[in-house]
Each structure stands twice: as C-alpha cells, then as structure tokens.
Ligand binder design. Sequence first.
Ligand code: ADP
Ligand code: MG
Ligand code: MG
Length: 252
Amino acid sequence: MLKIDNLHASVAGKDILKGLSLDVKPGQVHAIMGPNGAGKSTLGNILSGRDGYEITDGTVLFEGADLLALEPEERAAAGVFLAFQYPVEIPGVNNTYFLRAALNAQRKARGESELDSMQFLKKVREKLAVLHLKDELLHRGVNEGFSGGEKKRNEIFQLAVLEPKLAILDETDSGLDIDALKNVADGVNALRSPERSFIVVTHYQRLLDYIKPDVVHVLADGRIVQSGGPELALELEERGYAWIRDRVAPGT
Ligand code: ADP
Ligand code: MG
Ligand code: MG
C-alpha cells in the first residue's frame, strides 16, 4: 500500500527527515511514536502534499505509484487522508456542504459520478450510525466553535465519509480527555478494514490501549530507530525516550 524508502526532506534549509523507511500493508495500523521535534508531523505533511518541504532523497510509493509526483488533490483522490494536527475552522461554511464538495471533488477526479444530495445524505446517515454520532454535527460550520473533542470527532466523521485507503492521524490524542480519546479510538476501530491502512502518530501509549496497532515505530531524529509490536509502546511508556539517544548519536 505505502512504501517509503530512505526519505530525506528538509524545511527552510534544515534537514528534518534523514533516511526514513516505512512499509505499510493493506489493512495494517502502524503507530508512530517518538520525542518532540523528531519529524512525525513533517512525515504526515509530506505524505499529504503540503507545501514548504523539499524532498532531497528517497521515494514514496502509494499502491506502486510515485506519491510525491501527485498534487495534494490527486493524493486525496487516490485515497490518502490526513487529519490535521490543528483542524481548520471555516466559519459560515456548513459542515455537510463542505464534506459533499470534498467527496465529489475526489469522485470526479477518479472519473466517478458525483453524489446528489439524496445519495450524499444516505451515505452520511450510514456513517453517523456506524460511528454512533449525532447529526447535530452536520449543520454546524466546519469546526466552528468545536471543542477539541468535537474537532476530533469531526475528523473521524470526515474520514468515514471520504473512505480513504490510507488515513494518517497526527497526535489525535493531544489535549483530549479520556472519553474523547476513546471516541476517536472507537471511530478508528469501526473504520478498520482489510483494504484500509492507518498511520497513527501519537505521544501517548494510552491511545494504543484502545487502538491495537499491528506495528509500533519509534521515530527519532528523522529516522525510524526501532519497530516492534504493541509491546514496544508499553516499553516506551515505562522507559521514555532517553535510551534512544544512543541509537541516534552513539557515544554522545
Ligand atoms: P514532531 O511532530 O515529531 O514533534 P515536527 O515534524 O513537527 O516534529 O518537526 C520536526 C523538526 O522540524 C522540528 O525541529 C521543527 O522545529 C522543524 N520544523 C518543522 N516545520 C518547520 C518549518 N516550517 N520551519 C522550520 N523548521 C520546521
Ligand atoms: Mg510535536
Ligand atoms: Mg508533531
């Protein structure tokens, strides 16, 4: 599904990613943990095609095609979804209207027919039911006046409606109380399928109590320095990240 090989990238002339490799298979959930400033958000931003990043080496293949050659809209149409760390507010733009426009833009780019409002509403109702969400979310402005928990719930709702093949969730647990965290995790779990992969960037092991990842990676200083099963997250919770310094810069 996603194959990143030896990715090097810089921002404003500063090297951030320094040889990152990652292989995500269909249906897998990969968790990426690591200290602040390691490059976790940079990775998500690069995958979604945000500006400002220079790729200096390496390749990213999504379903065998060069992802980095695609425009952000083309990536979305190909099935890549990034839930932003700080979701934007679009006051006055109705959430349902926004989502339908986003979905139809993607369908159009794939050569599929656009959904009319009845078809769209049917899909939306299905997704609300799957996620146990109230339809109150539909009538509000995009993220307008949403609490942190509501924004996250809305991101999961967007994810459900857009039906991506690869969803990248960045720091989904930052600032969330335990109930909101569990809502997000329930949403992710409800949307897991053999065709859909997730990359979940998180600081906290506790999210992984609810979302059981297939693979856990530690990203430090722009590279994956260790990978393992869910038990790696527990080990990080216990030991912190200090031991990683030896792997990043041996002997310093
Ligand atoms: P993480 O998400 O792992 O905490 P980030 O990917 O956000 O880390 O950042 C990695 C490094 O890149 C940090 O040192 C950060 O200061 C730097 N960085 C990120 N974006 C920019 C930018 N636009 N300009 C300059 N430095 C940046
Ligand atoms: Mg950070
Ligand atoms: Mg970050």
